[in-house]
Design a protein around this ligand. Structure first.
Ligand SMILES: [Zn+2]
Length: 501
């Protein structure tokens, strides 16, 4: 089930180079489908344009081409529970022809149970239930996916789209609807149902589009700029909604979790569960340092609640579907247990009065989770999830007294560099520490960078130290992306300097 269309090697390579952030629904990046001289040349050619446009996407590609070790580190992170597409991952919000054509090329549909289909797209799935009265579509993919979904639906059913349900407002779930609302019966539009917090989320994305485009490494000009650029729901609800369609019941149950507008869809007559992003097939993206607050505890509750339904068919938004009831219950339960464990450990640490960095650092990750095939650490660590729990239950202060109202970062860095005996001393110490304690090396090079980012020695040290950090076995996909950003900034500073010379 859900075998890749491309060669294993090709898929691994793309997975390695294209990063995305499953679950936040938001993603990544940049990418390059091949590495080597050709990539190096094209990346180099595009650097000037990237600078002019104020984006470093192409320069990031060049940094990878110059440091191919980064690819191996990303491969270590494993897959995303879905197929990859560089084109779509780089243009998640777009409706451009090339991305739409790519989605049409890559989409496929699998009947997991009678009249219950998983629509498999690069990165994300949608779900379709056929009823006597029409089609119920759960999610609509990313921006480019809408036409592909319509195509593939029509290969298996000619019934009208009756209802579209958004499981939440993330880009990989709600942004393909623009192509699907034109397909209603007799010119009528399908009902679009979502949780009542979803419109606010759409509004927030418009308001914060500069910030979000940067944290997601997406071109800002592709992001929705006004409400008319998005397809808002026609019907919302607060907690639970039961729809009768074609003589069948569809239960929409809201639970906070990855988002405050998330819901899952339970079809009791089929024992089929569309599990949205609650279940991701690896340690879930519940501790993303670049994203809005997640509610880890309610996430665990939702997983327990879904397991108790004893589904016979699992139609997840990411990764392969499942059709064995025992396996489904076990998968949902172990995820619930692991998330609850992190919540409990973190709250215990807070109650004891431990410093926040100690709470995360001292979190023990038991072997039963460490070795579990469905709890791979790919995007975030258990420690990252603990930080998300602390963020929910406390303020922004990190418990370090001077950090309540600090001097400017550059001021602090200059004092530390001076105490260290100058920029050369701190840079050399950082470089020395790369193999023995790369985390400490990162702190030192951060100070050097903030004290003297025009210094050629510092620029190269930032690249060298963060390359080592990326290669460290503890680094996962989310933090690797952050380290790649600072490497790219340092590379940019080098290019600016050579341009001036
Ligand atoms: Zn998602």
């Amino acid at each position: 089930m859900a075998s890749s269309g491309g060669s294993r090697f090709g898929r691994d390579l793309i997975v390695a180079i294209v990063f995305l952030v499953v679950g936040t629904g938001l993603g990544l990046l940049f990418g390059q489908t091949e590495v080597g001289e050709q990539a190096r040349q094209s990346a180099t050619r595009s650097v000037g344009g990237a600078i002019a446009r104020g984006t470093n996407m192409d320069l990031r590609t060049q940094v990878i081409a110059e440091n191919p070790q980064i690819i191996r580190s990303l491969q270590r992170g494993g897959g995303f529970g879905g197929e990859m597409s560089q084109q779509i991952a780089q243009n998640m919000f777009s409706h451009d022809d090339i991305s739409v054509a790519e989605a049409r090329e890559r989409v496929r549909i699998e009947e997991l149970a009678p009249r219950s289909w998983l629509i498999v797209l690069p990165i994300v799935n949608a779900v379709m239930f056929e009823t006597d009265e029409g089609l119920v579509l759960v999610d609509t993919g990313m921006g480019p996916a809408g036409p592909a979904i319509l195509d593939v639906i029509r290969t298996v059913s000619d019934k009208p789209i009756h209802t579209i349900i958004y499981t939440h407002g993330h880009v990989d779930h709600a942004y393909g609807a623009w192509a699907l609302t034109e397909a209603g019966p007799d010119g009528g539009l399908p009902e679009i149902v979502a949780h009542e917090a979803l419109p606010e989320r759409f509004d927030r994305y418009i308001r914060l589009k500069g910030s979000i485009s940067r944290y997601m490494s997406q071109p800002e000009h592709q992001m929705p700029a006004k409400p008319e650029d998005l397809v808002y729901p026609t019907r919302t609800f607060a907690d639970r909604l039961e729809l009768e369609i074609g003589g069948e019941t569809f239960v929409l149950q809201h639970r906070e979790g990855e988002t405050d507008d998330q819901l899952y869809v339970w079809v009791p007559g089929r024992r089929a569960l569309a599990s949205a992003d609650y279940y991701q097939g690896f340690l879930p993206n519940a501790g993303n340092g670049k994203r809005y607050q997640r509610n880890v505890e309610e996430w665990a509750f939702a997983l327990r609640e879904m397991a108790a339904l004893e589904p016979a068919v699992l139609l997840p938004a990411h990764g392969a579907g499942m059709t064995n009831a025992n396996e489904i219950t076990a998968a949902l339960s172990i995820h619930a247990e692991a998330l609850q464990y992190i919540v409990d450990q973190t709250i215990e640490g807070l109650n004891k009065g431990l410093r926040k960095d100690q709470i995360a650092a001292q979190l023990e990750w038991p072997d039963r989770y460490k070795n579990h095939p469905l709890l791979n650490i790919q995007y975030v660590t258990p420690q990252d999830i603990s930080k998300m729990v602390m963020k929910r239950h406390t303020g922004w202060w990190d418990d370090i007294p001077s950090h309540w109202s600090p001097v400017p970062r550059e001021h602090e860095a200059a004092a530390i560099v001076e105490l260290a005996g100058g920029i050369d001393a701190i840079v050399n110490k950082a470089l020395d520490l790369r193999s023995s304690d790369v985390k400490l090396a990162s702190h030192l090079v951060d100070w050097a960078w903030d004290a003297g980012r025009d210094d050629p020695l510092v620029q190269q040290a930032v690249i060298d130290v963060y390359l080592a950090r990326i290669q460290h076995e503890d680094s996962n996909v989310q933090e690797i992306l952050a380290y790649l950003d600072i490497m790219t900034e340092a590379r940019q500073a080098q290019l600016d300097r050579t341009g001036r010379d």
